[in-house]
Ligand binder design. Structure first.
Ligand SMILES: CC(C)(COP(=O)(O)OP(=O)(O)OC[C@H]1O[C@@H](n2cnc3c(N)ncnc32)[C@H](O)[C@@H]1OP(=O)(O)O)[C@@H](O)C(=O)NCCC(=O)NCCS
Length: 203
């Protein structure tokens, strides 16, 4: 069963920032104050933990308010109907276990309820990120555009989910799978009782 990502709390941020910065080529490094500001601004956040260790997290933004950067600005201008995935990271040793899919499924369940009809993101073309490109293709994302990030010269591709099927359907392995079912052993951290269930997030 997929794990239940839980909302990111302020006390979680140091561990998640360290995980973020281990993947700086894919998601750009941030200073603590930048990561805290992003968490505060996020429309949806979720992380998966195992015994106090973060295995992965996702931060998503809506189209409202000032852009947090050129990629959020692109998504605001071209796909305001999309919840924008600012960053997603699954630690190297936990990749391939379905955690990325579970984070997206939980985001999509919230996003559909909040009126979004797509998810959107960007993936680096140069330096290339073929793993992330394959992951997003597998989940049904389609090319929406390309650009060069003026902050760092990275070439990147914007991706959005299609609208031919319901948003949540992109992220379920089968039609009868529940999007927010739990998995024993995950999401147990000192800050979080093991029996805590998903924290529905309000737009
Ligand atoms: C990209 C990333 C989030 C994927 O997370 P993950 O937990 O490894 O992905 P999942 O295990 O949920 O995989 C979901 C599906 O994508 C496929 N997939 C994932 N990574 C893949 C890869 N490298 N090559 C081919 N397929 C891949 C899986 O086979 C799986 O298919 P299935 O569910 O139909 O069996 C993770 O690899 C990561 O954090 N990478 C480093 C940081 C990064 O690049 N972030 C994204 C920046 S745009």
């Amino acid at each position: 069963m997929p794990p239940v990502p839980r909302r990111i709390l302020p006390a979680d941020q140091p561990a998640l920032l360290a995980l973020n910065n281990q993947h700086a080529e894919a998601v750009n490094a941030l200073p603590p104050e930048g990561f805290a500001a992003l968490c505060a601004r996020a429309a949806w956040s979720g992380a998966v933990w195992e015994g106090g260790r973060p295995l992965g997290f996702l931060l998503a933004l809506g189209p409202e308010g000032p852009a947090t950067g050129p990629n959020h600005a692109w998504m605001q201008a071209h796909h305001p109907e999309a919840a924008y995935i600012d960053r997603v990271v699954v630690e190297a040793a936990a990749q391939g276990r379905g955690l990325g899919r579970a984070l997206y499924a939980a985001l999509a369940a919230w996003a559909a309820g909040a009126g979004f009809t797509r998810l959107g993101c960007e993936v680096n073309l140069d330096p290339p990120n073929p793993g992330s490109m394959a992951f997003h293709a597998r989940l049904g994302f389609e090319t929406a555009g390309e650009a060069t990030d003026p902050r760092n010269g990275k070439r990147l591709r914007y991706l959005v989910t299609g609208t031919r099927r319901p948003l949540i359907a992109h992220f379920l392995r089968s039609p009868d799978e529940a999007p927010l079912s739990g998995a024993p052993g995950l999401n147990t951290s000192p800050a979080e009782p093991p029996d805590r269930v998903a924290d529905p997030q309000i737009a």
